[in-house]
Design a protein around this ligand. Structure first.
Ligand code: F6P
Length: 323
């Protein structure tokens, strides 16, 4: 049977280790030999590829980051290095790759497929949640939960001191982390790159709120906005008249114990990626889309017995080898 490899490319996310675990277990179950490519495309070029066993993935499901390392490879953008990468795969008879990464990583893989015919399936993995075509990227839920915990902690000190806190979230040019965090933390202000803003609009309201007893402000700003966070803090001091501080959450957003949701999504993404490759999909990205909110009749909701998701039950059968 085939040999199949997995690699992580770009910013790591919590959820990659659970994905690696399921990759090894599911590939073995399907009769394939799984391989780990260490340090992203760099490992393909440097032939840093190792066969993976159950032992390699035991005890990693609860760990953030990625056991096999990640990298943003410049060399893989050049054909001469992609040719070397192909030789590394040939030496081990690997003709299928699962790639955990972002759209840049998938574009690289697409060129590689066109040049050398190595089949691949991409799994969208970035805390930024900015990949077109999928509603969810692996790692986002864990990152949002870390941001939530951080904002809750900052709120305690903001209220104690009567201060405005400008909390900067990651996301590159995307405001997803900021907007979801603002909505779920009750922030007074949220600034994202996708929405024009004029700080003047908030001045009267914020000053009025202080007069009426407000002790603190929480402002969530995405790293990609036109102003830097210090400028927003200065605006709070000068125009609103409240002492302010900046808290840049930084890379803590990328780490930590993977949430239940990310562990489950890792399981689902990997299952679909491998199934897709085995069913002949040669160059794809496994995307997640869910249905919208729906209005249903009382009859349908109240008089129909609840049914546990059949896919979940089938996963259980698979993982416990029940046929
Ligand atoms: O793409 C993920 C991300 O964490 C962005 O949110 C952030 O802008 C960037 O990576 C940081 O990159 P690095 O880890 O190279 O500093």
């Amino acid at each position: 049977m085939s040999n199949i490899a997995i690699l992580c490319s770009g910013g790591d996310v919590s959820g990659m280790n659970p994905a690696l675990k399921h990759f090894v277990e599911y590939s073995l179950q399907k009769g394939m030999t799984p391989y780990f490519v260490n340090d992203g495309y760099e490992g393909l070029i440097d032939n840093n590829i190792k066969e993976a066993t159950y032992k390699d993935v035991s005890g990693i499901i609860n760990r953030g980051g990625t056991k096999i390392g990640s990298a943003r490879s410049q060399r893989f953008m050049q054909k001469e290095y992609r040719d070397i990468a192909k030789k590394s795969l040939d030496m081990l008879n690997i003709d299928m790759l699962v790639v955990l990464g972002g759209d840049g990583s998938f574009r690289g893989m697409d060129i590689f497929y066109k040049e050398h015919g190595v089949k691949f399936c991409g799994i969208p993995s970035t805390i930024d949640n900015d990949i077109s075509g999928t509603e969810y990227c692996l790692g986002v839920d864990t990152a949002l939960n870390i941001i939530k915990t951080s904002i809750d902690a900052i709120r305690d000190t903001a209220a104690s001191f009567k201060r405005a806190f400008v909390i900067e979230t990651m996301g590159r040019d995307c405001g997803f982390l900021a907007v979801v965090s603002a909505l779920t933390s009750g922030a007074e202000l949220c600034l994202i790159p996708e929405k024009e803003y004029d700080l003047k609009c908030y001045e009267n309201s914020f000053k009025e709120q202080i007069k009426n007893g407000r002790r603190y402000f929480i402002a969530i700003v995405a790293e990609g906005i036109k102003d830097d966070s210090e400028t927003i803090a200065q605006w709070f001091e000068e125009k609103i008249g409240i002492e302010s501080r900046v808290s840049t959450l930084g890379h803590i957003q990328r780490g930590g114990n993977p949430s239940v949701y990310d562990r489950l999504m890792a399981y689902r993404f990997v299952t679909y990626a491998i199934d897709g490759l085995l069913s002949g999909k040669t160059e794809s990205v496994i995307c997640y889309t869910k249905s919208d909110f729906l209005y249903k009749s009382i009859d349908e909701v109240a008089n129909t017995p609840f049914k546990l998701d059949s896919e979940l039950i089938s996963f259980l059968d698979e993982s416990q080898c029940i046929s």
